[in-house]
Design a protein around this ligand. Structure first.
Ligand code: SF4
Ligand code: SF4
Length: 746
């Protein structure tokens, strides 16, 4: 498209009072030779928007630079179809954080306008990505338990065809083995009516059910997944739009528990799951001889909230124990039932169950470390009652029930085979890349659920405590594989009602994914982004950095190690762009060249002017937002700062550091999200990769004979806005002490 650029400068929100906007206009018209440059005192108003539209319709303006508020606000007002639009943030990040009417404030605004003009010169209008294959709207649900069946029904009700794959010979999962469920508000227990749900699923014309089946292979990406399903020696292929992984959980292995909990010492020490399974015909009896039970102890948190076993709470065991204890009481009102707990956790209406148990005479003993004493027929529990402050002995017990926890099935993979491991090591050796940040072997464990043909391994990465959830804070249901959404107990431990809600949540995400993919747009977190990475393959050196570093496994590779981007899997973070040493990956509206041009557009004053320049490369998800927040709160910071927002700090290409330093910029600070186990990076490891890349920058600094203090990495979250001005001011002081960049003026 032939560009016709128009610059609009808003003088509202205090901008006109703090800046010489006539002078600012001259930067556009005189320096930038922009044909249209206009001021308006309320640009985001209907009248202001019409003012811009008039130029689009009558003057042919199609490349719009709007110098006003942050791009994080008023995006609906300034959304003009078929136009390149860039926003220059002269409100939050200039006039609201700098001295009004000051020379340095004016210089800052002018630089931002120069940077925007350089930016749009290097931008093209993104075109939506359309795969060659037709987009499928079908949803694959892996797992036919409560969550899987609910997901399948929810998706079918929303009009999607569903393929439901269950490894067992019948639907139901663990919940299918539960006889009674508690009703809330608590009125007792009732028969588990999973059969009705199973019937609803099997009779729904939109749901194709495979039982005794597994997914042998999944290739492609959102909209164009191809799933191969095997059942009874036959295979079927399905084109799939998105996947819900509802593969469920398994109980923690009680044999791994501490000996003092007594599992294995007596057949009458069982787990909460064994209790459910043996509650046949609505009666529970003593496991060793089938006699009635009259003395029973429930020991809570057996191997849970315990760093040596499951460090987390499985969230349902207290309520389950109360239900089971009340079932014993219902069976035999005279039974002595004890619940030994660390803390009782009965959220919401399940508190009713707790009260009912107290009314029924169930005895609660608070103890962190009870001990089971089993010898022959005799079974007892010793507990130090924290509330009474004395030891309690529960003797002549018929049964002890241990509350063991829930482990996601993603934890039960077989490790990769020796053959696979050797091949991987051989590949690495061949590559000779010592510093390649490759995927650790444990992440590519095969749990045999999805069998993805992805360069980065066949399953969802098992993350903290082996759950595959991508990000606990911002993005529930997201996994590190685009278009695949974990739901139910594979995502985190949960009870019946929550699992049903979870199923609906994951299905909503799957539907969103299909809709956005069919529009050629990105899914979360850059929802609706039409740009995507393009690879100038003729210059690719097959270094594999992009395939290895893509946080979402969106790039496969062929046998010659050529990257094979799978665009519908791509989240448009730009990490591959930052990783590529050849700089051959770019987006229509985001490229190494574009940011390089923005850096070059900064006006760097001569040394004797004593106006150092500091480049801030800020993650636009948190750090840039924090800078806006500082402005909104009218917090002032150093005027030497020039900020460039990045999609993710992981998209930072080291050439920008070299470009900045050789241009004479005095200091560079990278503001990215926290990384590590409790990372907050929206693109998982982007900020970590940026930090790693930056650690290698000393070579550049040495080559240029520059001080290492000139380049810094800081982790910032959105709530750090109040400390951010101090961080920037302190960095500016350091740069002042270090002195001017000797490359100034070159
Ligand atoms: S690194 Fe980011 S932009 Fe590049 S292919 Fe992967 S998801 Fe897409
Ligand atoms: S990082 Fe760049 S040069 Fe390396 S394989 Fe990917 S595209 Fe090719």
């Amino acid at each position: 498209m032939e560009k016709k650029t128009a610059v609009y400068i808003c003088t509202g929100c205090g901008i006109g009072d703090a800046l010489d906007t006539e002078q600012l206009s001259k930067v556009a018209t005189d320096e930038g030779s922009v044909p249209i440059c206009r001021n308006h005192n309320y640009l985001c108003s209907q009248e202001g928007v019409e003012f811009i539209k008039n130029d689009i319709d009558n003057e042919g303006a199609n490349t719009l630079i709007i110098a006003a508020c942050s791009h994080r606000v008023m995006y609906d007002a300034f959304n003009f179809e078929n136009c390149i639009v860039d926003r220059v943030n002269i409100r939050e990040q200039v006039v609201w954080c700098q001295k009004p009417g000051d020379e340095d404030t004016q210089m800052m605004a002018e630089d931002y306008l120069r940077m925007a003009m350089a930016k749009v010169d290097n931008m093209e209008l993104p075109e939506p990505y359309k795969p060659e294959e037709e987009i499928s709207r079908d949803i694959l649900v892996v797992g036919g338990g409560l969550t899987g069946m609910t997901s399948a029904l929810d998706a079918a009700k929303a009009g999607h065809s569903v393929v439901l794959v269950e490894k067992e010979s019948q639907l139901g999962g663990f919940q299918g083995r539960v006889q009674k469920v508690a009703t809330f508000p608590y009125k007792g227990t009732e028969d588990n009516d999973l059969e009705a749900l199973i019937q609803e699923v099997t009779q729904n014309e939109k749901i194709k059910v495979y039982t005794g089946a597994k997914v042998d292979k999944t290739v492609g990406g959102p909209g164009v997944f191809e799933a191969t399903i095997s059942q009874n020696g036959t295979t079927a292929e399905h084109r799939i739009g998105a996947i819900v992984l509802a593969a469920g959980w398994q109980p923690y292995d009680p044999k791994k528990l501490d000996e003092k909990l007594g599992f294995g010492a007596s057949p009458n020490v069982i787990t909460n799951v064994m209790f459910e399974e043996s509650f046949n015909g609505g009666e529970i009896s003593r496991p060793s001889d089938g006699k009635d039970v009259t003395n029973v102890a429930f020991l809570q948190c057996a191997g849970q909230r315990d760093p040596d076993h499951l460090p987390y709470c499985s969230s349902v065991c207290c309520v389950t124990a109360l239900k089971q204890a009340l079932q014993i009481k219902a069976q035999n009102q005279d039974a002595n039932v004890f619940v030994v707990y660390k803390e009782m956790r009965t959220p919401g209406q399940s508190e009713d169950l707790y009260r009912k148990a107290q009314e029924e005479g169930i005895t609660f003993i608070r103890c962190q470390s009870p001990e089971v004493k089993a010898s022959g027929e005799s079974l007892a529990v010793e507990a130090e009652d924290e509330l009474l402050g004395e030891a309690v002995i529960m003797e002549d017990l018929d049964m002890v029930v241990l509350a063991t926890g829930m482990v996601p099935v993603t934890a039960f993979g077989m490790d990769i085979t020796q053959e696979e491991k050797e091949k991987k090591e051989e590949d690495e050796a061949k590559k000779g890349e010592e510093d390649l940040d490759d995927i650790p072997l444990d992440v590519i464990r095969r749990s045999d659920l999805l069998n993805l043909e992805y360069r980065q391994g066949p399953e969802l990465p098992a993350l903290r405590y082996d759950f595959p959830d991508s990000h606990f804070i911002c993005f529930p249901y997201e996994s590190r594989r685009t278009g695949i959404y974990p739901a139910g107990c594979v995502r985190r431990p949960m009870g019946i009602a929550t699992a049903q809600e979870d199923a609906a949540g994951a299905v909503m995400k799957a539907i969103q994914c299909i809709e956005l993919t069919s529009q050629g747009a990105a899914v979360h977190p850059r929802v609706g982004d039409m740009s995507f990475p393009e690879f100038a393959m003729q210059r690719c050196t097959q270094c594999k950095r992009c395939t290895v570093e893509c946080p979402f496994g969106a790039i496969n590779e062929d046998e010659e190690a050529n990257p094979l981007p799978q665009i519908t899997r791509c989240r448009r973070c730009g990490v591959c762009m930052g990783a590529c040493p050849e700089r051959i990956i770019s987006f229509k509206n985001y490229s190494v060249q574009m940011i390089g041009a923005m850096i070059k557009a900064i006006n760097v004053p001569e040394e004797d002017e004593e106006k150092p320049r500091i480049l801030v490369l800020a993650c636009e998800n948190d750090a840039y937002a924090a800078l806006d927040m500082a402005g909104i709160n009218r917090m002032k910071y150093n005027a030497w700062i020039r900020v460039i927002p990045l999609r993710c700090l992981g998209s930072m290409n080291l050439v920008w550091i070299a470009d900045s330093l050789s241009k004479g910029i005095d200091g560079i600070i990278l503001l990215g999200c926290k990384h590590g186990d409790d990372y907050q990076c929206h693109f998982i490891k982007g900020s970590e990769l940026a930090d790693i890349r930056l650690s290698k920058v000393s070579e550049t600094l040495n080559r240029l004979a520059l001080e290492s203090e000139r380049v810094r990495f800081e982790t910032v979250s959105i709530i750090d806005y109040d400390r951010l001005p101090a961080v920037l001011d302190e960095f500016a002081e350091t740069i002042d002490e270090v002195g001017p960049n000797p490359f100034k003026g070159w």
